[in-house]
Design a protein around this ligand. Structure first.
Ligand SMILES: [Zn+2]
Ligand SMILES: [Zn+2]
Length: 436
């Protein structure tokens, strides 16, 4: 363990950069390799605690990627990084730490947890994030035999894998199936994992605080894990998870819509065991009246319900798996984006039928856009001219104004239609149950 305050010159420099907010300099030092990522300043603070206290989510991520201990507790008053992020009120930093396995029950020297400290300083968003987040401790409970049990329900070795799976924010069935394909341990142990997840659903529904969101999320993930396992074991479809991915990404012949994804999510929600719950009623009321293929999709509704509005906008995401990073447009039509070649390959069977037409649509949009820009340019030069008192001239000018606006509308209409609709529809999602 690092000793308090015993810092090398570079480590001192690192703290100084973090304190002053010189992020780039701090990053340079970290990648130089001669600073210990968990070094302690004179108060026992690690660089991660420092970044958390400043509410810097990206810096926290970077430090964790370098191996920082999320639960370091050598602070003089036993504060943890999570307590600091709660005090700062940064929801993003708090989420990053929770996802990395920060202990929510750790107490400082006055016996206060991170959530209690957050509540004390009025950071209610951080507090509710912690309360609706599956913690490592929630899982560890199942690694000890309870009551008359001889064997625990969950092997301790599976806690990290299950935790990582359960805290994912990406709810697209395609993305989840891809994740399970890469993490065979989850598939191989699906029976015990699903059992634990179902117990978590039950305990969250029955808890006095009613963590319905967490319960629905656990149910949804357990449902997809079960489905993937069935494909893997050949009980459903063929070719295992690979076949499942092909099945999910096969578009509807008429319009390429991922009908199988939509049906699967609707089925997952319907199979929730607690229909009296508000969250269940809300989801069903929002999704049931929507014609399949129209917005909002079941994926955007459930994502918004679990992760919030900001995460439910997939307009710039990979059209197959909803990944946000490294999305490149199909070079032929420039209308759909993919995060990887494998996503593009999965989609090609469907997309090849629409690519040509989409390319034509793109051309049309481009022409319209250019035209609108040209009109705007003319408009601008007209406006820059000295104002004429002549009424007739004024009319012409007004006429042009209207026209250029209309042009612009047509130009961007198609492009933004999906995004706009998603937003509009999202706004309509009811937050209060209206039925009986
Ligand atoms: Zn993708
Ligand atoms: Zn294309």
């Amino acid at each position: 363990m690092a000793k308090m305050g015993e810092l090398s010159e570079n480590e001192k420099l690192l703290f100084s950069h973090l304190n002053k907010g010189n992020d780039q300099e701090a990053i340079k030092l970290l990648s130089s390799g001669d600073v210990r990522v968990d070094c302690l300043d004179e108060h026992g603070m690690t660089p991660l605690m420092n970044a958390a206290y400043k509410g810097k989510a990206e810096m926290c991520e970077l430090l964790l990627a370098q191996g920082a201990d999320v639960n370091s507790n050598y602070h003089e008053h036993q504060y943890t990084a999570l307590m600091f992020s709660c005090l700062s009120g940064s929801v993003d930093a708090t989420r990053v730490l929770l996802e990395a396995g920060a202990r929510v029950n750790a107490e400082n020297n006055l016996g206060r947890t991170a959530a209690q400290l957050g509540a004390f300083v009025g950071q209610t968003d951080c507090v509710s994030l912690i309360n609706n987040f599956l913690s490592v401790e929630d899982l560890e409970y199942y690694t000890k035999p309870q009551g008359l049990e001889k064997e625990p329900k969950l092997s301790a070795t599976l806690v990290p894998v299950l935790h990582k799976f359960a805290v994912t924010q990406k709810l697209s069935p395609v993305k989840i199936a891809m994740y399970l394909r890469e993490n065979q341990q989850l598939i191989e142990n699906h029976k015990s994992l699903v059992k634990v997840m179902e117990l978590l659903v039950e305990s969250n529904i029955k808890s006095s605080e009613m963590h319905e969101v967490l319960a629905m999320k656990m149910h949804y993930l357990a449902f997809l894990l079960k489905t993937c396992a069935r494909w893997h074991e050949g009980l459903e479809g063929k070719d295992g998870i690979e076949g499942f991915l092909k099945y999910l990404t096969k578009g509807r012949p008429s319009d390429g819509f991922f009908l199988n994804v939509e049906d699967l999510i609707r089925q997952a929600i319907r199979s929730f065991d607690y229909p009296e719950c508000t969250i269940f009623k809300q989801l069903v009321q929002t999704i049931a009246p929507v014609e399949k293929g129209r917005d909002p999709t079941a994926l955007s509704v459930i994502t918004q319900c679990i992760n919030g509005l900001r995460c439910a906008d997939f307009s710039d995401c990979c059209c197959v798996c909803t990944e946000k990073k490294d999305v490149k447009k199909c070079s032929a039509c420039k209308m759909v984006g993919y995060c990887s070649v494998s996503c593009q390959k999965l989609h090609w069977q469907t997309h090849k039928k629409f690519c040509k037409q989409l390319a034509k649509d793109y051309e049309k949009q481009l022409v319209a856009k250019l035209e609108a820009e040209k009109l705007q340019e003319i408009d601008k030069t007209e406006k820059d001219k000295p104002v004429e008192v002549n009424g007739e001239n004024k009319c012409v000018l007004n006429g042009k104004d209207d026209q250029s606006m209309n042009y612009q509308k047509t130009a961007t209409k198609n492009e933004d239609a999906t995004a706009a609709q998603l937003h509009d529809d999202n706004r309509e999602i009811k937050h209060e149950p209206t039925g009986t």
